[in-house]
Design a protein around this ligand. Structure first.
Ligand SMILES: [Fe+2]
Ligand SMILES: [Fe+2]
Length: 178
């Protein structure tokens, strides 16, 4: 199982927001984004490795397979958008001496889009929790099934902190730059 990041994020709306933003972006990218890709890759491999006999044994398992694929697709697309669209702009604004209301209006829509996507990822995780009895394997679960639920539980726990850093620290700090 991938190691869970444990670093502490800078405080929100600190006086040095401009200098905190690049460090926070590096922290998010180097810990949560790396962890998420690793955990989702393993989860998808495990989900696809569940035997046909076990898929027939519990009708929720094929749905779980589909939900894991959807979660993987959604999260990878979301992180890619952050990495190539939003985060470089935030880094540029943090480095700029002059940030005004016009800049805020430029970053507000993509930030709101990322927040909506966080909500969708959260809904998918809730659905996965329902399908998997909150990541608890049945007594008959094969090792690959158990590993799938371990990876999903680890991903869900890390995503809580990942999304908290973005929604509650990074985005308010960026919107407070002007
Ligand atoms: Fe992220
Ligand atoms: Fe995000």
């Amino acid at each position: 199982m991938p190691q869970k990041p444990s670093e502490t994020a800078p405080a929100a709306r600190s006086p040095s927001a401009a200098s905190s933003i690049p460090a926070l972006l590096d922290l998010i990218l180097d810990t949560h984004h790396v962890f998420a890709r690793d955990a989702l890759l393993r989860a998808r491999e495990c989900a696809e490795g569940i035997s046909p006999a076990d898929l027939q044994r519990d009708e929720r398992l094929p749905k779980l397979q589909e939900a894991v694929a959807a979660l993987d697709d959604e999260m990878l697309t979301h992180m890619h958008r952050e990495e190539v669209m939003l985060f470089p702009v935030l880094r540029q604004m943090a480095a700029s001496a002059e940030v005004d209301g016009v800049d805020m209006e430029i970053i507000r829509p993509p930030i709101e889009c990322m927040e909506r996507e966080h909500g969708f990822i959260d809904e998918l995780l809730d659905y996965i929790r329902q399908l998997s009895d909150d990541f608890r394997p049945p007594a008959w679960a094969a090792p690959v099934h158990r590993e799938l639920l371990e990876e999903l539980a680890a991903f869900a726990a890390d995503t809580v902190e990942h999304v908290r850093k973005e929604n509650e620290i990074l985005f308010p700090m960026a919107l407070g730059l002007a």
